[in-house]
Design a protein around this ligand. Structure first.
Ligand SMILES: [Fe+2]
Length: 243
């Protein structure tokens, strides 16, 4: 029923649209564009949170200089992640936009009072990022159309249509442009942004496991010192931190 509503909406949108492929693309494209921009915001939040941690551990009463360098490198890495998505948005003819960026301040990040809390905050941050990436991958693997929001910039149509988008119509999956118009309008089942999904899985999700494990290792080492705020434990972990 929902799909039927989309198809009716598609048939009503601009009469000047050149092809049925552009019409089909337009409603799905709005959703993908928004989701990529949301992920850019998640990556920038990671960048900003790590930047905060890196300077926090340079304060005289929480002075752990190697941890500060470690978190600074993480901050730079998150900025690179954000820029990779921004570059991708531009390459595919999407529209990049950004909202205000705030550091993570819930959960373990609410009040950083020790090196252990700093690493616990980082673990939670990485778990947030992983959840967001999983959600994005799920969405782009089976894109739901934005009903009633089906306009895309005419100037970007060629780029947007050149993306690797697989469309399933009546049980048959092939590139969007290879489907017959009549079938697209009546038997559309699934739209998948293949290249975007591959990039998320290959370039981002693999690193998430590795990074989260590394941070969790430091939390575990600090916990072995018994006293949850052990000064000696924090000193030793900082001293032996691998940069
Ligand atoms: Fe990231």
């Amino acid at each position: 029923m929902k799909l039927l509503t989309v198809l009716v909406a598609l048939s009503l949108i601009c009469a000047t649209c050149a092809t049925c492929h552009e019409q089909i693309l337009s409603c799905f494209e709005q959703r993908v564009n928004q989701r990529i921009n949301e992920q850019i915001a998640v990556e920038l939040k990671g960048h900003y949170t790590y930047l905060y941690l890196s300077h926090f551990f340079l304060q005289h009463d929480f002075y752990y200089p190697k941890a500060a360098k470690y978190f600074r490198a993480k901050s730079d890495e998150e900025m690179q992640h954000a820029e990779k998505f921004i570059d991708y948005q531009n390459q595919r003819g999407g529209t990049y936009s950004i909202s205000s960026v705030e550091k993570k301040s819930d959960g373990k990040c609410a009040a950083i009072t020790s090196l252990k809390k700093g690493f616990q905050c980082a673990v939670e941050l990485e778990m947030d990022v992983t959840r967001a990436l999983n959600s994005l991958l799920t969405d782009v693997s089976d894109v739901k159309a934005e009903i009633g929001n089906c306009e895309i910039d005419d100037g970007n149509k060629d780029l947007l249509l050149s993306q690797s988008i697989l469309v399933t119509v009546n049980g048959t999956t092939k590139a969007l442009n290879h489907h017959v118009c009549g079938d697209l309008e009546s038997k559309l089942e699934k739209v998948e942004y293949v290249e975007l999904g591959e990039m998320i899985a290959h370039d981002f999700l693999g690193h998430q496991l590795e990074d989260t494990k590394e941070l969790a290792n430091y939390v575990g080492t600090l916990e072995k010192f018994g006293d949850s705020e052990s000064a000696l434990g924090s000193y030793l972990v900082d001293k032996h931190l691998e940069l």
